[in-house]
Design a protein around this ligand. Structure first.
Ligand SMILES: [Mn+2]
Length: 335
């Protein structure tokens, strides 16, 4: 039996199914959920989408029927306690389901995980499909639907899958872009998906506050390690001054990586007084997920993240020192 058949068997058995992705969801998690949701509804399942944080504005078009709910303990505990199957998509690490994880575990039901992030230290899932060669989780959902329920691949489902793949491949530009992504994109165009419009909705909708914050960031970039490493911090005060929100920092680490001569970019974002979020990006020469893993996070070789507790000034020196150390180690191996 293939993995897809195993997963479908679990779906067939279940009456109620919960879909979720990581907190601060991105286009891949959101698109993958929306595509799979159509399949579950077509199969007559009582399905719900529960997110630990809200659907970002630029992805609202994927959810015209308001099926994406924000997990609320008072509202969802009872349902979640009795759910037959939980499906996690693009999660990276199960801890990124936040408060929902303990509930998923407590009810002892089947957990299916579909992801393109690696799981080096084992996993707590009933069925785990972790394919690091896939460009995006959306690509895996496409393969699943093609194998199990090809008639479900409607224009709307292609829209969701296209969104997942476009956002995770940097609009088909990163080195995870593969032949299948382009085949899926071609199918999407043939079925009538307005791909230019999707791109515009997601990438041409920057708020003025976001650009104001980006200007502050661009003014405070720190170059080190022969200019190959660039880092910047975003403090609460900077957010306030630009009138920006935490969602506005999306894409900033990619922007910094795009500078000529830079190989690795690091963002240190002050979440709270004693907690920071760190994002790492690499152009492809250095692998940076080891750094994220050192700080208890995870991700891919060239895009990873972690949460680090402590004051931002302490976190900056800790993270940058460790980053340089790990880049040096890789330079030694490469020499
Ligand atoms: Mn992804």
């Amino acid at each position: 039996m293939t993995d897809w058949e195993k997963i479908y068997k679990e779906i067939e058995k279940a009456d109620s199914i919960m879909l979720t992705t990581h907190e601060n969801p991105d286009g891949d998690g959101i698109g993958s959920i929306a595509a799979l949701f159509h399949h579950l509804v077509a199969k007559g399942k009582n399905s719900r989408i529960l997110l630990t944080s809200r659907l970002p504005e630029e992805y609202q078009f994927i959810d015209p029927d308001n099926k994406f709910e924000i997990f609320d303990e008072a509202k969802h505990t009872e349902w979640l306690r009795n759910v037959d199957l939980s499906i996690l998509l693009d999660i990276g690490n199960y801890t990124r389901t936040g408060r929902m994880w303990s509930m998923i575990q407590q009810n002892g039901t089947t957990v299916v995980n579909i992801d393109h992030h690696p799981y080096p230290n084992g996993h707590p899932f009933t069925i785990n499909v972790s394919d690091i060669n896939a460009s995006a989780t959306g690509e895996l959902i496409y393969s699943y639907l093609k194998a199990i329920d090809p008639s479900c691949l409607s224009k709307r489902v292609y829209e969701a899958i296209y969104t997942a793949i476009m956002t995770d491949t940097g609009s088909f530009s990163y080195n995870n872009t593969n032949a299948l992504c382009h085949e899926i994109a071609a199918n999407a165009i043939r079925i009538g998906v307005d791909t230019a419009k999707i791109h515009q909705k997601i990438y041409a909708s920057n708020s003025r506050s976001k650009i104001k914050l980006l200007a502050a960031v661009a003014d405070n970039l720190h170059f080190t390690y022969d200019g190959k490493l660039v880092w910047f911090k975003i403090t609460k005060a900077m957010l306030k001054k630009a009138n920006a929100t935490k969602d506005d920092v999306d894409g900033f680490t990619d922007f910094a990586r795009g500078i000529k001569g830079v190989e690795v970019s690091v963002m240190i974002f002050e979440k709270a007084e004693n907690s920071c979020r760190i994002n790492f990006r690499s152009k492809g020469y250095y692998s940076i997920n080891k750094i994220a893993q050192y700080f208890g996070g995870g991700g891919h070789s060239f895009a990873a993240g972690a949460k680090v507790s402590g004051k931002i000034s302490d976190v900056v020196s800790k993270v940058i020192d460790k980053t340089i150390e790990i880049l040096k180690e890789q330079d030694k191996v490469i020499d």
